[in-house]
Design a binder for this molecule. Structure first.
Ligand SMILES: *[C@@H]1O[C@H](CO)[C@@H](O)[C@H](O)[C@H]1NC(C)=O
Ligand SMILES: *[C@@H]1O[C@H](CO)[C@@H](O)[C@H](O)[C@H]1NC(C)=O
Ligand SMILES: *[C@@H]1O[C@H](CO)[C@@H](O)[C@H](O)[C@H]1NC(C)=O
Ligand SMILES: *[C@@H]1O[C@H](CO)[C@@H](O)[C@H](O)[C@H]1NC(C)=O
Ligand SMILES: *[C@@H]1O[C@H](CO)[C@@H](O)[C@H](O)[C@H]1NC(C)=O
Length: 200
């Protein structure tokens, strides 16, 4: 098996609508954007690294590796005065680079978590987020992940080998869909191949 585990990252998160850009990342209240991660103060672990051209590389081509990149400080997602959970949006560009045309590492995820410590989590199909025991649903896991998954793992009831899933506290997605987008003009669904090696 040529499993190269790409893993999870947490990157640009912005709330409200104002956006500003800079070469090194700017944090303005709860809005921020990174145009390249060269000067970004991210908390990296595992094999995650910043390349000389400012890309965030969450894993390398070794098997079953994991890496994470977290925003250095916690972000408040619940309004203190009334307990309302804020909405947010995030946008990032990514690519899965594989030595094989029809097979890539397991995937990656955008994660919101109460901890940056995923030292006990496994790579591979666990996406650097859980292990066999913690993947048993537990409301105390406090993990929300949007997974980009390129391998069909029957144990997690995956729908196919190219999907986006919303995971709450474990890797059995609450919702998932074949990767792609709806064309603005035609309204038709256009499939995207996550493992194609293209930036998307
Ligand atoms: C980077 O983040 C860490 C953790 O929040 C913080 O202690 C440190 O001051 C930050 N450094 C810079 C240059 O912002
Ligand atoms: C909660 O407070 C925030 C900020 O004070 C406000 O924008 C929001 O509308 C409030 N939500 C409710 C349900 O009262
Ligand atoms: C699995 O992960 C949980 C949560 O981090 C940890 O408490 C537990 O020790 C881990 N189990 C193993 C076998 O590593
Ligand atoms: C859920 O996680 C909490 C905190 O890690 C732990 O104390 C509890 O035993 C776990 N529950 C189950 C059913 O594993
Ligand atoms: C997500 O899935 C877990 C585990 O099946 C379930 O306990 C939880 O209620 C689900 N949440 C939502 C919002 O569907």
């Amino acid at each position: 098996m040529f499993i190269k585990a790409l893993v999870c990252l947490l990157l640009l998160l912005h709330r409200r609508s104002s956006l500003a850009s800079s070469s090194s990342g700017r944090y303005d209240g709860d809005d921020f954007i990174f145009n390249g991660f060269g000067g970004a103060n991210l908390t990296l672990d595992g094999v995650a690294s910043i390349t000389s051209t400012g890309l965030l590389m969450v894993t390398d081509k070794s098997m079953e590796t994991k890496g994470h990149a977290f925003h250095p400080s916690p972000l408040r997602i619940r309004d203190l005065s009334n307990g309302t959970v804020v909405s947010f949006s995030t946008t990032f560009a990514f690519g899965f680079i594989s030595d094989y045309t029809d097979f890539s590492g397991n995937g990656m995820a955008f994660v919101i978590s109460h901890t940056k410590d995923f030292s006990k989590a496994l790579g591979g199909q666990f996406l650097g987020l859980f292990n066999q025991s913690s993947n048993a649903y537990n409301s105390s896991n406090y993990v929300l992940a949007i997974e980009l998954d390129t391998i069909l793992s029957p144990q997690f009831q995956d729908i196919d080998d190219n999907h986006v899933g919303i995971d709450i506290n474990n890797l059995i997605s609450n919702k998932s869909h074949t990767a792609g987008y709806y064309d603005d003009h035609t309204g038709s669904f256009e499939r995207l191949s996550l493992g194609s090696g293209q930036a998307m």
